[in-house]
Design a protein around this ligand. Sequence first.
Ligand code: BTN
Length: 233
Amino acid sequence: MDRYTIFSYDTLDSTNDKAWELLIQKRIRVPFVVKANKQLYGKGRYGRRWISEIGGLYFSIVENDRFNNELLVCTTLALHDTLSTFGIKTRIILPNDIYTDNGKIAGILVERRGSYTVNGIGINVNQKSFPELDRKVTSMFLETGKTYNTKEILGNFLEEYFHSDYTHAFLRWKKLVMEHNKRLKVFTRVFTGDYDLKEIDMELNLYFDNLPMGRKYINLFDVIKINTVESRN
Ligand code: BTN
């Protein structure tokens, strides 16, 4: 793995936007990481905002030539493992959310332009409350009562992320996903329904019984939305 530089800022609109700016306007060599203590317009999936007050960890990794399946698997697994290192047990919920029993603790927003990707990651670390949110959200502090060093968490995550091998990561990721995602509500452009997850392959094709039109699988990147209806445990 090449060495990477970390660009640290106090406040940014969004680390994803800054990452594109550094790549396109300043032609910074990839891979590199952009981190901020606070974001004014943190972006979430589905056009949502990602509330990014002081206390959380907000960063984006810029890379070239990484497949979406690899990004998704290596990122969610490295998040799961990093949080576990700091004493927090999480579940990987498809497509790429990280939950504890108390709510969402981390989120990922991957943006792609050609072969370049900006992989934006938000981890709720030291926040004591989320007054603006009505959804179930938690933080590392709310889970354990401890305050964490965000730099240490980032270091731990990047170490694992940049050293992961896809085949090995995929097998561990699949085991964790199959454990917790039993029945899924799948929204595609042509149909929506609840199906039992049977198998996942390395391209991230999800195999279900009884799909319409004789289909055997749906690729994770072809779904508009996917929700867990039932967990295995
Ligand atoms: C989600 O909706 O679950 C994805 C949230 C992703 C948030 C991170 S925080 C760092 C990076 N910069 C952004 O503007 N968004 C991502």
